[in-house]
Write a protein that binds this ligand. Structure first.
Ligand code: SF4
Length: 275
């Protein structure tokens, strides 16, 4: 009894309504002026055509090759990825080759890049797609021939729509947008750290590029800036990433030479955070 009383004495008092900390609401995307959005896209894409780096994954539309580049580029610098990407694709030129490989061989080819979960997921994805075809991304309408075998001949090995790509192992929102845009020229948004930094600096400095509750608003800005066609979206998304890598970087803002400086709300502002 005494023990029970002593426990009761030390029990924390129930929180009153006023003591419960209020969770901050996710901010809404700012209202953006259509003429400003259009000027942003036009200037950005014109700059890209003049200044883009010639990277080998920008010369292909092979979805598997693009997927490998996107996974390698996560957390790794372009200069390091160049050789790894070439060697990996020499060893596993198609999804079929990768699916047939042993995991130890895939990890061996990835060795030195780090973050091996990316390689394991890519291998898992290749096996799922080669084995299950469209069922791997939830499409149950795969035709069967009279013998019961699946008919895959006319289907691409990877799907083109971001929602379908997201159902595959290891594919997040950014990678789905990147493969849909860069391989299939779909009109899809993508946001990685570089893109989030550029968009928040240009249109919404009060948002933080890495704060989870701001991500919805940042994706909404990315959607709002997309051009009308998939072909132009290919250039637009490459250009956003290139601006974040070369001009508006985490460490330096080269506002003087920036193609969107006339529109940017953070131009020359020292108080805008890096990140
Ligand atoms: S003007 Fe400066 S802050 Fe704005 S996007 Fe360009 S480099 Fe970044």
């Amino acid at each position: 009894m005494a023990a029970a009383l002593s426990r009761a004495k030390h029990r924390k008092p129930a929180r009153t309504a006023s003591a419960v900390p209020k969770r901050k609401k996710a901010p809404a995307a700012p209202k953006l002026d259509p003429s400003e959005l259009s000027a942003f896209g036009t200037k950005l894409r014109a700059w890209y055509r003049r200044n883009a780096r010639d990277l080998p994954w920008r010369r292909t539309r092979d979805p598997y090759h693009i997927l490998v580049s996107e996974l390698m580029l996560q957390q790794t610098q372009v200069s390091r990825v160049l050789d790894f990407w070439r060697r990996f694709l020499e060893r596993f030129p198609t999804l079929h080759h990768l699916a047939e490989a042993k995991e130890t061989h895939v990890l061996e080819a990835w060795s030195g890049l780090g973050y091996y979960a990316r390689a394991r997921n890519l291998h898992k994805l290749s096996r799922a797609v080669v084995r299950e075809g469209a069922r791997a991304w939830g499409d149950d309408t795969t035709e069967l021939d009279p013998t019961g075998a699946e008919v895959h001949a006319s289907r691409p090995l990877l799907p083109a729509e971001p929602e379908q790509l997201r159902r595959l192992p290891g594919i997040g929102a950014y990678t789905a947008g990147a493969v849909a845009t860069f391989a299939f020229e779909r009109r899809a948004a993508l946001v990685d750290t570089n893109v989030a930094r550029v968009l928040t600096r240009v249109f919404a400095p009060r948002l933080h590029p890495k704060r989870p509750r701001d991500q919805k608003a940042i994706w909404a800005i990315a959607e709002a800036t997309l051009p009308r066609t998939g072909k132009a979206t290919w250039t637009h998304n490459q250009a956003l990433m290139e601006l974040g890598a070369l001009v508006c970087t985490a460490r330096v803002k080269r506002c003087g030479t920036c193609p969107v400086k006339d529109i940017c709300r953070s131009r020359n502002r020292p108080d805008v955070r890096a990140g």
